[in-house]
Design a protein around this ligand. Structure first.
Ligand code: AMP
Ligand code: ZN
Length: 133
């Protein structure tokens, strides 16, 4: 059983901050931001594209509720939402999870979207054709 399934069933302790019928949220033990939180479905799925719609809807609703909680309780001024899917993306725990990184003005957190890749900008038409063609 995976580590997040063990947290869901209580075998492994976690700092749970929110729970509902289909999801649970807990603090990341290697925080990249103040109150860095992970939101997970209670059922094991590896990646978002494998999830059924019931759990998907529950997961995004839970993300909203947790973000609201972090704003209300910690006065977070914003937040970044990240989800790594598949090893190529950097996913280390193979149970779907959404990272919520609460943000504060001048919090000095380096959170950067990748730089523009000119080569891919030039290939937009070709890429579009591959996806929809
Ligand atoms: P990812 O690279 O998106 O798979 O991230 C996995 C995240 O899970 C990392 O940020 C880890 O710090 C976090 N993590 C791993 N084990 C635990 C645990 N037992 N409790 C809380 N967070 C964990
Ligand atoms: Zn699992």
């Amino acid at each position: 059983m995976c580590i997040f399934c063990k947290i869901v069933n209580g075998e492994v302790p976690a700092y749970k901050v929110y729970e509902d019928e289909k999801t649970v949220a807990f603090l990341d033990i290697f925080p990249r931001a103040y109150a860095h939180t992970l939101v997970v479905p209670k059922k094991h799925f590896e990646t978002i594209d494998e999830m059924d719609e019931e759990y998907l809807a529950a997961l995004i609703k839970s993300v909203k509720n947790v973000a609201k909680l972090l704003k209300e309780k910690l006065n977070a001024e914003g937040y970044n939402i990240v989800s790594n899917n598949g090893r190529a993306s950097g996913q280390e725990v193979m149970h779907v999870h959404i990272h919520i990184l609460p943000r504060f003005e001048n919090d000095n957190i380096k959170f950067e979207f990748p730089d523009v890749i000119e080569e891919y900008k030039e290939k937009l038409e070709e890429i579009h054709r591959k996806i929809v063609g």
